[in-house]
Write a protein that binds this ligand. Structure first.
Ligand code: HSE
Length: 393
C-alpha cells in the first residue's frame, strides 16, 4: 500500500485528537504532510514548520492524496472540499453542516471525479452509524432510526437532571471540554443534531432532505420544572432525533426533547454520549452507543474513514436509486407535554385532543395529541413565549 500523504485542514479539538491518534497508530502508514490553520499567531503544540496558512500549499501539492477537513466554518469547508475533489484528491470530513446542506452536489462531484468522499465522524462522533445504515442495513426494512445525536445538549441535560446544575453553567462547561460548537446555539437550538439527522436520513432511506425541512426544537426552553416533572414520573428528558417509515411511501423526521422511560435504551445515554436505536423488520431493535463528541472519539471515526480510502471505499447511495417515490410527510400526530406561561400559546396551538391539564404552583401544562404541522406553524411563538414542548416517547 502506498503511504497516505495527508493534508489536514484545522487543528482544533478534533484535528489534534486525530493527530494524536495517527501518532499512536504507527502501524498505519500515513503521514500528515501539512496542517492548514487560520490563525498564524495562536500557540501550537507542534513546531511551526508543520503548519501553513495558505490552503494552496495543500491543494496544489500533487504528493498529497488525501484531504482531511476538520475546520469549523461550513462555507470555507465547502470551498476546500470541492476544490480538493476537483483536483482528484480523496476527502474525509467531519463537517455535518456542510455535508447536510450540500449532500446532493457533493455526491455528484465525487462521482464525476471518481474519488472517495467520507464523513462518518459528522454523525454521532465515534458511533459507526453511517456506514452501518448504508451497508449493513442496505436491504433491511427499516422502521425507524432514533437517537441522541448531540453530545453537548446531552451533557447539559444530564447535569441539570443529576446535579440540578444551572443551564448556563453546564453549557460553559461543555464549551470548555470541546464538545460544543463555536456557536453553541447550533447545539442547544437543535441545529447540529438536525444536520446529523439529515445525513442519517439520506443513508437510512435514500431521501436527501434539506435540513430546514425537519422540525428542530432545542433545549433552551427546558426548565427545572420540566426536569422535576420528568423525575416524578421516573423519566429523563433527552433531545431525540427521529426518522421513521410510515406506510410504503412516507417518512417522518423531527427532532425535539422527549421524555424517555427506563425501558428505553436511550435512558442510560448520559453525559456527552450518543445513542442510536435502529428498528427494522427482521433484525428487530438494535442499539448503538458511544461518545458523540470530543477529540479522540471523533478522531477515531475520522481515522476509520482515512483507512477506508486506502481500499477505495465510497458510499454507494444505493437506497437513493431505489426510493420509488418515498417522500417526507409532516402530517403526523404526536403525543406531547406543553408547559406554558401565557394562556395565549395554548389558544393558538390546535391540539387534536387534550387528555390532561394542570394549573398551579407557577406550573401550567397540558398533555395531549397534536399534529407535527401545528408545532411547525407555531415554532416561533413557542420560542418567544418560553413554552416547552416535550414529546412522550
Ligand atoms: N457539538 C457537537 C456535539 C460536536 O455536541 O455533539 C460533535 O458533533
Amino acid at each position: 500500500m502506498n503511504p497516505l500523504k495527508i493534508g489536514l485542514f484545522g487543528f482544533g479539538c478534533v484535528g489534534q485528537g486525530l493527530y494524536d491518534i495517527l501518532e499512536s497508530t504507527k502501524t498505519f502508514p500515513a503521514e500528515v504532510v501539512k496542517i492548514c490553520v487560520k490563525n498564524a499567531n495562536k500557540p501550537r503544540p507542534l513546531p511551526l514548520s508543520h503548519f501553513t496558512w495558505d490552503s494552496a500549499e495543500i491543494l496544489d501539492n500533487p504528493e498529497i492524496n488525501l484531504v482531511v477537513e476538520l475546520i469549523d466554518n461550513a462555507d470555507e469547508a465547502y470551498a476546500i472540499v470541492t476544490e480538493a475533489m476537483r483536483r482528484g484528491k480523496n476527502v474525509v470530513t467531519a463537517n455535518k453542516k456542510m455535508v447536510a446542506e450540500h449532500l446532493a452536489e457533493l455526491v455528484e462531484l465525487q462521482q464525476e471525479m471518481g474519488v472517495s468522499f467520507l464523513y462518518e465522524a459528522a454523525v454521532c462522533g465515534s458511533i459507526p452509524i453511517i456506514r452501518n445504515l448504508e451497508e449493513y442495513y442496505d436491504n433491511e426494512l427499516l422502521y425507524s432510526v432514533r437517537g441522541i445525536f448531540n453530545g453537548s445538549t446531552n451533557f447539559i441535560l444530564t447535569k441539570m437532571y443529576n446535579e440540578g446544575a444551572a443551564y448556563a453553567t453546564v453549557l460553559a462547561e461543555a464549551q470548555q471540554l470541546g464538545f460544543a460548537e463555536s456557536d453553541p446555539t447550533l447545539d442547544v437550538g437543535g441545529f447540529d443534531p438536525r444536520f446529523k439527522l439529515t445525513i442519517a436520513t439520506a443513508h437510512a432511506y435514500g431521501l436527501f432532505l434539506r435540513p430546514d425541512e425537519i422540525l428542530a426544537l432545542g433545549i433552551q426552553q427546558i426548565s427545572a420544572q420540566d426536569i422535576r416533572f420528568a423525575r416524578e414520573k421516573g423519566w429523563k428528558i433527552k433531545l431525540v432525533a427521529q426518522v421513521s417509515k410510515l406506510g410504503d411511501d412516507q417518512i417522518a423526521a423531527y427532532l425535539m426533547p422527549q421524555f424517555v422511560a427506563p425501558a428505553d435504551p436511550l435512558h442510560k445515554v448520559d453525559e456527552e454520549y450518543n445513542g442510536v436505536v435502529v428498528e427494522a423488520a427482521f433484525s428487530s431493535k438494535q442499539f448503538f452507543y458511544g461518545k458523540g463528541a470530543g477529540g479522540h472519539p471523533t478522531g477515531s471515526a475520522v481515522l476509520s474513514d482515512i483507512s477506508a480510502t486506502t481500499y477505495g471505499y465510497r458510499y454507494g447511495y444505493k437506497k437513493r436509486d431505489r426510493i420509488n417515490g418515498v417522500q417526507l410527510t409532516q402530517d403526523v400526530v404526536l403525543e406531547v407535554y406543553l408547559r406554558y406561561t401565557h394562556e395565549s400559546v395554548l389558544n393558538h396551538l390546535k391540539f387534536n385532543h387534550i387528555r390532561e391539564r394542570y394549573y398551579g404552583d407557577g406550573l401550567n401544562y397540558v398533555i395531549g395529541s397534536i399534529n407535527l404541522q401545528e408545532l411547525i406553524r407555531n415554532k416561533a411563538r413557542l420560542a418567544e413565549s418560553g413554552a416547552s414542548v416535550i414529546a412522550l416517547g
